[in-house]
Design a protein around this ligand. Structure first.
Ligand code: ATP
Ligand code: MG
Ligand code: ZN
Length: 247
């Protein structure tokens, strides 16, 4: 499996986001997107690996899509702004120029530079991923001032158990959307579709075992499927799952 095959399994439409609960929460954002808007500042909170980053990228793609689906808000995937996404999307888009910053990287000085650069831009949507890395007071206070001044759109993603570390005046300004782990059956169904697509032989029993033993990990399930697809018989077994998990 190459990275292209794997990328295909990232949600590229809203209906691809697994989990009825997540689907319901996204519904409201889809409705505002249909009108070309998003609430701001918006914070997606959830435990690791359940689609925060993927969902925000989908929101940003839809926001700038030139022919988004009028009922679902799904991005077309084919217009100029949809195509200049991925690695190449920094600074591109209309009516919003899209920027993504990973808060694990900038130190305080870099963060202030980023905020100063965009402070008075009303045509910018800024995605700050891994916001919990701005834990020190020194980084959060400049951010608070920025949120007050900024006329563009601000979207952030955070580990939910770190939400309490965000200073209340900053936290309370955000509209928070929770991203939750799907039900076990929903994940089993997702991986059964992946097995079909990648021509991996995996019984429902093995898929269930994999989902359960990995603690419902999408990343692990994808890795295990990619490993099975590289096997001569393209079969995923419980032994492979156990070996990969070290259990
Ligand atoms: N709800 C979901 N529906 C479909 N696929 C999902 C979902 N959640 C996660 N995935 C899959 O798992 C991968 C990891 O998700 P993603 O990186 O978006 O999660 P995250 O919450 O940002 O994780 P982290 O906290 O580690 O940054 C995605 O590329 C996607 O393939
Ligand atoms: Mg992420
Ligand atoms: Zn498009």
């Amino acid at each position: 499996m190459d990275s292209e095959d794997i990328r295909k399994w990232r949600p590229s439409r809203f209906s691809d986001v697994v989990g009825a609960v997540n689907q319901r929460r996204l519904g409201r954002l889809q409705r505002t997107l249909i009108e070309g808007r998003l609430p701001s500042p918006l914070l997606l909170a959830g435990i690791y690996g359940y689609g925060k980053t993927s969902i925000v990228r989908l929101l940003l793609k839809s926001l700038c899509c030139q022919s988004r689906n009028p009922t679902t808000a799904d991005p077309c995937g084919d217009c100029m702004w949809c195509r200049c996404f991925g690695k190449y999307y920094q600074g591109y888009g209309e009516p919003y120029r899209r920027f993504e910053y990973d808060c694990t990287t900038p130190n305080r000085t870099q963060l202030i530079e980023i905020l100063d650069e965009h402070r008075f831009d009303d045509d910018v949507v800024l995605f700050m991923d891994e916001l919990h890395h701005l834990h020190e007071k020194l980084s959060q206070e400049p951010m608070l001032k920025f949120v007050e001044d900024f006329d563009g759109l601000l979207i952030a993603a955070i580990m939910e158990d770190r939400l309490k570390e965000v200073i209340p005046p900053l936290r309370e300004r955000f509209e928070v959307v929770q991203v939750s782990p799907p039900e076990e059956e929903e994940m089993v169904e997702f991986f059964e579709r992946m097995s079909d697509d990648w021509k991996v032989l995996a019984t429902q029993d093995v898929v269930k075992f994999m989902v359960k033993q990995s603690g419902k990990s999408f990343r692990f399930g994808i890795k295990a499927h990619a490993a099975a697809a590289d096997e001569r018989d393209r079969t995923l077994t419980k032994t492979m799952v156990k070996d990969m998990l070290g259990i």
